[in-house]
Design a protein. Structure first.
Length: 175
């Protein structure tokens, strides 16, 4: 929490604001303390922050030792819960999108003459990146044309194969 608040509000400070009226921290007393430590480090200790602990749904503030317990049906508690849940949803969506982009990358993405259509055509024709790597110039030309085929061959000639090494389980035969 300290790291996140420090990075975020350092950027806000460098940009000259605007600063929020209230920081809602996802967590209890410990998370709130870490957030305030980061704010103090930046000279922003005057900002107001509250922490909401998930299980007990208690609200923690800096000026009180004990937590504030709202009635379960309190509109204030429902608003804080919705804000927290929306922040969770946003973070989860962002991480899923980031992971999907990272996992769907291929060496074909960095070859200048190969766009999404040619990438798909190569993978469909040869089954995998390893299949594209093993393809001859003639085979590549039939799928993506001469210019793109030359770009693919040139790229793979200068880029080492990163696929795992497969060991044969066959015993060698004598000549």
């Amino acid at each position: 929490m300290h790291e996140v608040v420090l990075r975020r509000y350092r950027r806000v400070l460098e940009a000259g604001g605007p600063f929020p009226d209230l920081l809602l921290i996802d967590g209890g007393k410990g998370q709130l303390s870490a957030a305030y430590a980061a704010l103090e480090e930046l000279g922003l200790g005057r900002l107001i922050a509250v922490g909401i602990a998930k299980k007990e749904e208690l609200l923690f503030v800096r000026d009180r030792d004990d937590a504030i317990a709202f009635p379960r049906e309190s509109p204030a508690l429902l608003l804080l819960q919705r804000i927290r849940d929306e922040a969770h949803r946003f973070a989860v969506t962002f991480h899923r999108q980031s992971r999907a982009k990272r996992d769907l990358r291929s060496d074909l993405d960095v070859i200048a003459s190969v766009g999404p259509r040619r990438r798909r055509a190569l993978l469909t024709a040869f089954g995998s990146l390893a299949g594209v790597r093993r393809a001859t110039r003639e085979e590549l030309v039939r799928v993506v044309g001469a210019k793109a085929a030359d770009a693919v061959l040139s790229y793979f000639a200068t880029t080492p194969d990163k696929s795992p090494i497969k060991l044969s389980t066959k015993t060698p035969t004598k000549p």
